[in-house]
Design a protein around this ligand. Structure first.
Ligand code: 13P
Length: 259
């Protein structure tokens, strides 16, 4: 089954709403210049919450084919949860995707696999698609138990989801030691884990679900390594951090097929 590759830019806590508008506008122009085919490679930006309304306005008024989403979401629907944002608020803003369980949320906010699974379910219930993050820290990689570690994360994150829900989801394998370090996993290392994730999904659900789910690699993705990573059979996209803040660089990653 052909899976549409998906390149997503996770801006993290960067760019205010004015800068966001400029970046998305310039990205759209650049991709038009490069004759990018959005049906061949899906493009997603994931700005901070405060930028989403501005991105929505631009995308709708200029009829852009760029999708957008949020970096996190609450498991609650509404009420006394100071600082949180609900799925209903995000759907109202036209979000298609929500990143859940990024390693920075796990590290700084104590998010567990179970909570990440719960967030993914909320996102799916609201009609959006979760980008569920997983990935091992350096000591686990050094110990050689990274595949087992990531598959344990997958088991726990997907425990409350149906096959149809998993098929609609995106999984992002982001080895923590490769995030923001300039140290990219080799394409073989990335394929090893992404391939193992797909096999595990076939075991937990069925082959059709495993064939449908899109698996991204994330961690120091740049235009110079994107094509090689994307050539791996089980890598269907990239979750890009730092390089997504530079329009020309991100546009080159998106158009990796032209490289
Ligand atoms: P970098 O691309 O900056 O390494 O970040 C990866 C990441 O965490 C994307 O979610």
């Amino acid at each position: 089954m052909a899976r549409t590759p998906i390149i997503a830019g996770n801006w993290k806590m960067n760019l205010d709403h004015l800068e966001a508008t400029h970046l998305v506008q310039k990205l759209a122009w650049t991709l038009t210049d490069l004759k990018h085919d959005y049906s061949a490679v899906e493009v997603v930006v994931v700005p901070p919450f405060t930028d989403i309304r501005s991105v929505q306005t631009l995308v709708e008024s200029d009829e852009l084919s760029i999708a957008y989403g949020a970096q996190d979401v609450s498991t609650h629907d509404s009420g006394a949860y100071t600082g949180e944002v609900s799925t209903a608020m995000l759907t109202k803003l036209g979000c298609s995707y929500v990143v859940v369980g990024h390693s920075e949320r796990r590290e700084y906010h104590g998010e567990t696999n179970e909570l990440v699974g719960e967030k993914a379910k909320k996102v799916l219930d609201a009609g959006m698609r979760p980008i569920m993050c997983c990935g091992e820290p350096l000591e686990v990689r050094k110990a050689g138990t990274h595949v087992e570690y990531v598959l344990d994360q997958i088991n726990a994150m997907l425990a409350g989801l149906s096959a149809a829900e998993v098929a609609k989801s995106v999984i992002a394998y982001e080895p923590i030691w490769a995030i923001g370090t300039g140290e990219v996993a080799t394409s073989q290392d990335a394929q090893e884990v992404c391939g193992a994730i797909r096999v595990r999904i076939a075991e937990l659900f069925d082959q059709a679900t495993a064939d449908a789910v899109r698996i991204q690699y994330g961690g120091s993705v740049k235009s110079s390594n994107a094509a090689e990573l994307m050539a791996q059979p089980d890598i269907d996209g990239a979750l890009v951090g730092g390089a997504s803040l530079k329009v020309d660089e991100f546009a080159k990653i998106v158009t990796y097929q032209q490289a």
